[in-house]
Ligand binder design. Structure first.
Ligand code: BG6
Length: 499
């Protein structure tokens, strides 16, 4: 998908100043710094590359480095100590109150503090803060003169909380940065298995002729997490699963399954094709929202044998209306997919962590083995995104032996771990290097984000206008029973196992 064969690709180390707003936050410590460290350990950062954390915390470089060291110890436990020391030497921290001019000048001074005569390197401004601050930060950066045509801004989702606010954020950022400098991150697009989905579809010939409504009965996309909301309750209770997962990750996965082959797997071509899918999503009426969507919220339960609290207790909001689970039926109104339902579901505190796409093919048009034992099941392609990346194609075979024909389900397996025997890089490793190198293929364009909100908004509106609350499901289960009914009504069932 991206032209780069390894995270970040083969080109020489990229010189840059990588500025992280929210530099002491959870995302920075858990994902961004470990990802940059792992790329640095592979010599993909230039000798003079710097990483500058910006936050309200009153910490100096030494304290910031100590915090980062602890974060790396947690998230990259087998890190080479020499590489860790080299990486920590790149880190700086600038304490900054957004409305205080001094911090901005401090930041700009640090950015300008480069050897005389050398051109400014690429500047990446990573906004790992609330979206309401995106516009303000960009404006201030421009005011102090920190933005030039080689600067890039990276926005973490959520971008807004509905279409209008997303437009406002995009407008505000767009007043400072050209769209070509804006990188809207959806980390699902950086996952190896997600990129492999495109390679599987478009670098092979056997699937494409059957990848359509003639041969495919329906598609299921599941992103289940066993974790709860943890320390992110404040954000999550305002967002909910539809905004947090469906509007971005699940719709992006749907796009990759449903899109037409782009001319080349780079830049605008991929994004153009994804946009066409988003625009072809059939809008849901209020009655369809009532019928085709299910929302749930976890109560107390057992996860991995351990008792866990209910969502309301976890976030400390007894009368919360926020959903932690969504299942819904979507349709892509175009020639290829007419009449093929896409069932999407995602939830927290489920019985296990599992993300997969299941493509269920139609039954053979004619039952040729009517007197055989066993069942001629429909073919299914399971694309495992996590935790065990790979694919499994379910088909029917003849059980060996004399006498009549006995049919037996068998599977063709591709396990990434067994096939490639190498560490699979985290999605952020690739995506951050793509930003530094200026490759936007795996990032969402403004029109994609807004098209996704356009489709999601009637669901949000309908949910907000009914007194109904999300259905309760015990933590550690597969979600509310109504989600099963959603498919049963259509004569189908969720694929709970890949057997
Ligand atoms: C994030 C959501 O975008 O994705 C989180 O905000 C969610 O709520 C996370 O837990 C899931 O990502 P992954 O890579 O662990 O599946």
């Amino acid at each position: 998908m991206s032209p780069t064969p390894a995270p970040g690709g083969p080109a020489g180390p990229a010189s840059c100043d990588f500025v992280v707003f929210g530099g002491t936050g959870d995302l920075a410590l858990r994902k961004l710094l470990p990802a940059l460290f792992l790329r640095d350990a592979e010599d993909q950062l230039a000798d003079d590359a710097r990483i500058i954390g910006v936050s309200r915390a009153d910490v100096d470089d030494a304290a910031y480095r100590a915090g980062a060291r602890a974060g790396l110890a947690d998230h990259v436990p087998d890190a080479d100590p020499v590489a860790v020391d080299r990486f920590l030497g790149r880190l700086h921290h600038v304490p900054l109150e957004f409305d205080d001019a001094e911090g901005w000048h401090l930041l700009h001074g640090l950015l300008k503090n480069r050897p005389l005569g050398e051109p400014d390197p690429v500047r990446v401004f990573y906004l790992a803060v609330a979206p309401s601050l995106f516009g303000l930060i960009c404006e201030r950066l421009e005011q102090v003169g920190a933005v030039d045509e080689r600067s890039r801004v990276v926005m973490e989702k959520p971008i807004g909380h509905d279409l209008e606010s997303a437009r406002a954020v995009n407008d505000a950022v767009g007043r400072v940065f050209d769209e070509s400098q804006v990188f809207r991150i959806d980390h699902y697009l950086g996952k190896e298995s997600v990129q492999n989905l495109l390679v599987t579809r478009f670098a092979n010939t056997f699937l494409e002729p059957v990848w359509n409504a003639h041969w495919i009965d329906h598609v299921q996309i599941t992103v289940a997490e066993s974790l709860g909301v943890g320390s992110r309750g404040g954000y999550y209770d305002r967002a909910g699963a539809l905004r947090d997962m469906v509007q971005n990750h699940l719709l992006q996965l749907l796009c990759l399954v449903a899109m037409e082959p782009p001319t080349v797997a780079s830049r605008e071509d991929v994004r153009d094709e994804k946009l066409k899918v988003l625009k072809a999503l059939k809008p849901l009426t209020a009655a369809e929202v009532d019928r085709d969507t299910v929302r749930g919220r976890y109560g107390a339960g057992l996860v991995d044998g351990e008792p866990v609290a209910s969502y309301a207790e976890e976030v400390g909001v007894p009368d919360t209306r926020t959903e932690t689970y969504v299942a819904l039926k979507a349709e892509v109104n175009n020639w290829r997919w007419a009449g093929v339902p896409f069932y999407l579901r995602t939830g927290k505190r489920m019985d296990r962590r599992l993300s997969e796409i299941v493509v269920v093919f139609k039954q053979p048009p004619h039952a040729m083995f009517p007197h055989s034992e066993g069942v001629n099941e429909a073919n299914r392609l399971h694309i495992h995104l996590q935790p065990d990346e790979g694919m499994r194609m379910h088909m029917t075979a003849k059980e060996p032996g004399p006498g009549g024909i006995r049919l037996r389900p068998v599977s063709l397996d591709l396990s990434y771990a067994a096939t490639f025997e190498q560490r699979l890089p985290d999605a952020y490793e690739r995506l951050l290097m793509d930003v530094i190198r200026g490759n936007p293929t795996l990032f969402m364009r403004r029109d994609e984000v807004e098209a996704a909100w356009t489709w999601v908004e009637p669901i949000l509106d309908r949910w907000a206008s009914t007194p109904e609350r999300p259905r309760k499901y015990p933590a550690g289960t597969t979600g509310p029973t109504a989600a099963a009914t959603l498919l049963e009504r259509d004569g189908r069932a969720w694929q709970e196992t890949d057997q």
